[in-house]
Design a protein around this ligand. Sequence first.
Ligand code: GTP
Ligand code: MG
Length: 442
Amino acid sequence: MAIATPPGKGAIAIVRVSGPDVPELSRRLVRAKHPLRARVATRATILDDRDEALDEALAIRFRAPGSYTGEEMLEVQIHGSPVVAREVVRAFLACGARLAAPGEFTRRAFLNGKMDLHAASAVADVIEAETRAAARAALANLGGSLGTTVRTIRSELAQQLEELAAAIDFPDEVPEPDRGMLRERLEPLLETLGRLQRDGEIGRLVREGLRVAIVGPPNAGKSSLLNALVGADRAIVSETPGTTRDTIEESIVVQGVPVRLVDTAGIRAHADRLEGLGIERTERALEAARVALLVIDGSERLGADARSLLARTRAEDRIVFFNKADVATIAAREYGDPDAVVGSVRDPSTLQSLRCAVARIGWGGEQIDLARPHLAALHEFEAVNAASGALARACTALRTGEPLDFAATDLQRAFSALGHVSEQVGAEEMIDGIFSRFCIGK
Ligand SMILES: Nc1nc2c(ncn2[C@@H]2O[C@H](COP(=O)(O)OP(=O)(O)OP(=O)(O)O)[C@@H](O)[C@H]2O)c(=O)[nH]1
Ligand SMILES: [Mg+2]
């Protein structure tokens, strides 16, 4: 149970109750001329636990599973005074209800399978896009398929270990297992672990997002690009070079992955003191970003500032974008990089090409399937990495003819490391973390 409206005085306050005890609580505390009908607002008197009237209200019942949380629910709209709301809450508490944890309604909705169907519904407004994607990734994990995969690998490893141990301990009685056969059985496990590792990387990407620094000479159209990608006038745009002095950050979602765009002050060698301070921040943003998005005015010849930036980011993960193609495409032809994006921030197809480039450079461009299980927690990711490393060493030992107990030690290590991958706890913790960021009553 929770008060779903903001604290303070208002015209009405809403108290929501969810769970199997709702029918009983309604009978006890809501008095109406006619029994409450599902999804119909009914005028009613709210009583306290001693049957005294607290307030005249509108009561609405929702029956499971046709409610927000998927459970039995009651919503009462009372007069918007904090005192009345508190008294109503007190009455429900006295009859056995308990206060909801932050985000608990939404959490229940997710767990009852309601949210997937309505991912883009009203809740979308209150959750950040990045959180939604991470929640779905975590939820896929709750299905337990990660646990099943890890369990299968562990039991395979245990079996191989047993055979090896017998041969090592009783060399006279148990013949040495065929190394080739052993490797044949271990290599598929290594492959599965590799897939889990890749999924783990994707999980991390979805959770933490990708930082992209928009850098380039002054007046190239960096702030215009940020605004166009975000779809809002976030940064000031002007024809005066050196307009942006401070870094400005905004998030967008590209193929389900949260991307943090950082607009920066234009880099040029001859800058005044204030501009120089801005450029220092640009340098820091560039260092902190995973991907650099170089914006260069393509309608002119390549200037010295553009050249030096192109040269120093050559070895980095970067996207080169020649802007202002609506005017001319001089610099792109001069530079001749087939991977560069040539277009204009005013052209939607250019923006689409840039989003694709972000996906390609950021995570190899594959469409991320959020419904696949991802390793929920960092320690699980590390455990899989450790297991995969140990198993790879065991396979090498078998191939190069090293003593069998070398391989056995590594197999044992892989087996133990995987014991740290919990079957569901990580995902549970993650879900709790996500939903506790909601407001109470959501
Ligand atoms: N014709 C044309 N003009 C553009 C395009 N993109 C940006 N501009 C113009 O170029 C000028 C500079 O744009 P900004 O977005 O402020 O450039 P910036 O790179 O952020 O500049 P600084 O903040 O000074 O470093 C503005 O007058 C924009 O309207 C484009 O694709 N075509
Ligand atoms: Mg700018």
